[in-house]
Design a protein around this ligand. Structure first.
Ligand code: SF4
Length: 334
């Protein structure tokens, strides 16, 4: 299995429940950003996500209210660097009590002091470790020497302790497909559970011109699609076709909603198209979802992010029997 059975089952039952309730739009993932403080300032990250003050972080109660309000079965904790959140254990305990599956996105630098030995491994907890290339590239992207070596050490230690660990790589203009293949091999060597590969998004607040054009995304993802036949790349087959420019999909920004220290971000994790809402109900009912689904906004033209399109990719696959079978085989890891 590509993911633990409980993770696949939680998504399946959530989908069935929403279909029975005749809901066309519903969140499956909450991208929860308890803080905008980070111990790195990576080149591809939006400036606000690493310049926030720790005292401006959200309380655990506010985080859990957002979890309850949106009802998504998966909570992706990002930020900022979540291991710097002093109340991380309380937050994770609250999520486990609510039967949520948790993806903890981290640069891994503090895993040994803030997670290992403090937060128990669980089939509901996935550590998603940022690695944008091999040593030279990753340290360059992270603006600091030694980050790659520490992350690799943390993956080894985490696997020996029984944690589920995935690698998370962003593809930039200068990223060579051969280096993505090296990362895939590293995933196998370290016995990590898989690797997520995403095209970098050109945030308005990022100053460096390191991002892919649509054509470059298509070219690189055609090659990455081939790698997915050999390695555990965690993108559905239809999403990879989309990233390679073989099919078009509408966006589903409502499938992956984003709660930040400033409130609910509309429409998505990537852009402040309609600003922030303090209350869930207001965010959900007032955001112009059909506009963002259409991708007619100029900021959506080059976007091929998992958060916007994996739900659409699954919907598209579910329209045909061959698509369903391919998705089932992918889920089983065949
Ligand atoms: S296309 Fe991208 S930027 Fe636009 S709404 Fe969807 S996820 Fe957000």
């Amino acid at each position: 299995m590509r993911f633990p059975l409980s993770f696949t089952y939680a998504q399946f039952t959530h989908r069935r429940k929403m279909e029975k309730a005749k809901r066309e739009r519903y969140p499956t993932v909450l991208m929860l950003e308890p803080l905008y403080t980070c111990n790195l300032a990576c080149l591809g990250c939006s400036v606000e996500r690493y310049t926030g003050k720790l005292q401006d972080r959200m309380s655990v109660e506010r985080c859990l209210k957002a979890v309850d309000d949106c009802g998504a079965p998966i909570v992706n904790i990002c930020g900022g660097e979540p291991t710097l959140y002093p109340e991380l254990k309380d937050l994770l305990d609250g999520l486990i009590q609510r039967d949520k599956h948790i993806i903890l996105c981290t640069n891994a630098l503090k895993l040994d002091t803030k997670v290992y030995g403090i937060i128990k491994p669980s089939s509901r907890l996935f550590l998603m470790i940022h690695l944008d290339g091999m040593k030279e590239t990753h340290d360059f992207v992270c603006n600091r020497e030694g980050v790659f070596d520490k992350a690799v050490e943390m993956i080894k230690q985490g696997k020996s302790l029984g944690y589920r660990i995935y690698l998370n790589a962003t593809v930039y203009r200068e990223t060579k497909v051969s280096e993505i293949e090296e990362l895939c091999k590293l995933t196998d060597t370290l016995k990590a559970d898989g690797i997520l590969v995403s095209p970098g998004y050109d945030y308005a607040s990022v100053e460096n011109d390191i991002f892919l054009t649509k054509e470059q995304t298509h070219e690189k993802f055609k090659a990455i699609r081939e790698l997915a036949r050999k390695y555990r790349i965690n993108a559905t087959p239809k999403f990879l076709e989309f990233a390679a420019g073989m099919v078009e999909l509408p966006c589903s920004p409502w499938s992956t909603v984003n709660f930040t220290p400033k409130g609910w971000k509309a429409p998505c994790y990537l852009i402040e198209g309609e600003g922030y809402f303090q209350e869930w109900e207001e965010f959900w009912t007032k955001t112009n979802w059909s506009y963002w689904e259409s991708r007619e906004d100029s900021r959506c033209q080059n976007c091929k992010m998992h958060s916007g399109f994996e739900h659409s990719a699954v919907n598209e696959a579910m329209k045909t029997m061959s698509g369903k079978l391919r998705l089932a085989a992918w889920t089983l890891g065949w």
